[in-house]
Design a protein around this ligand. Structure first.
Ligand code: NAP
Length: 276
């Protein structure tokens, strides 16, 4: 024991929008734990030096967000298999022996949120459509394949990115042209938006949604706004919908437990704290 108050934080650039500080501080207060969680705006050129210095100041780990999620894989001493497969890390553990371990808990957070928001959804129910092929899509695809989804149809504006994803994840993943995305919804048991379309300040989702069936589960990774146009359209079609905030909350659970030694609950008070 160093006797230092354990510190954690989130590193990105920009970082002022992050909801993680209020989330982790809520859990620290709820469980009466000593510690703090600090947002840090760090430029790419300073990332390595900052990561090597933080443990000396009492940091037990950090979350990593845009634009550093890929770069930290080269700086870590050990990278978990799932972070390697996804090609990005969102959680770093600073070990007492000085090593930095990198993990990716986005897929875990996605699946936990889906299971809690759509408890009747079953992986074997049928194909899943994933819109987008960026870093978040890779975490979603990894978790859906792991859960046993039989087939994933992936559609992305930039087709070559979807093809790279399909190559990396194997023959249960099929690429569908972006202009055809609306045509595959009616065959899907699950539809996931992993693009930034529909987010505040970004372009609207233009994929035609009239193919949505009422027994399809629809979830959006975008959580600002909480009710995206996709989720509103899906609700109108009678679908079960799951918003993206819960993914943010659930992905933080394993990291908080590793850093502060307490597995936190995701409940309505947690949601309220993140939205504050
Ligand atoms: P990313 O790697 O930059 O990928 C962005 C994705 O959005 C790509 O598929 C990109 O397609 C697509 N896209 C962007 N603009 C588009 C447009 N005008 N038309 C069509 N497609 C467009 O980002 P990411 O890390 O995967 O994050 C994606 C979204 O997920 C963000 O909104 C992020 O906030 C959200 N997210 C949420 C959580 C959560 O906890 N809820 C966690 C992670 C991410 P191209 O390949 O063609 O550029």
């Amino acid at each position: 024991m160093t006797g230092k108050i354990p510190l954690a934080g989130v590193i990105g650039s920009p970082i002022s929008h992050s909801k993680s500080p209020q989330l982790h501080r809520h859990w620290l207060r709820t469980y009466g734990l000593a510690g703090d969680y600090i947002p840090m705006d760090v430029a790419a050129a300073d990332l390595e030096q900052v990561l090597r210095t933080l443990p000396k100041a009492g940091f037990v780990g950090v979350n990593i967000t845009i634009p550093h999620k890929e770069a930290v894989l080269d700086l870590a001493d050990l990278v978990t298999d799932r972070a390697t497969l996804i090609g990005a890390a969102n959680t770093l553990i600073f070990r007492k022996d000085g090593q930095i371990h990198a993990d990716n808990t986005d897929g875990y957070g996605f699946l936990e949120n889906l299971k809690s928001g759509a408890p009747n959804w079953r992986p074997a129910a049928g194909p899943a459509t994933v819109l987008g092929a960026g870093g978040a899509a890779r975490a979603v695809v990894a978790s859906l394949l792991d859960a046993g989804v039989p087939e994933i149809l992936i559609s992305n504006r930039t087709r070559v990115r979807a093809e790279k994803l399909a190559d990396d994840f194997g023959n249960r993943v099929t690429v569908i042209d972006w202009v055809q995305a609306g045509n595959i919804l009616e065959d899907s048991a699950l539809v996931v938006n992993t693009t930034s379309l529909g987010m505040l300040g970004k372009q609207a989702m233009r994929v035609p949604l009239d193919g949505l069936r009422r027994d399809t589960v629809v979830t959006d990774l975008v959580y600002a706004p909480l009710r995206t146009d996709l989720l509103v359209a899906a609700e109108t079609a009678g679908c079960v919908t799951v918003d993206g905030l819960g993914m943010l909350l659930h992905q933080a659970v394993p990291a908080f437990e590793r850093w502060f030694g307490q597995r936190p609950e995701v409940d309505s008070a947690t949601r309220a704290a993140a939205l504050r």
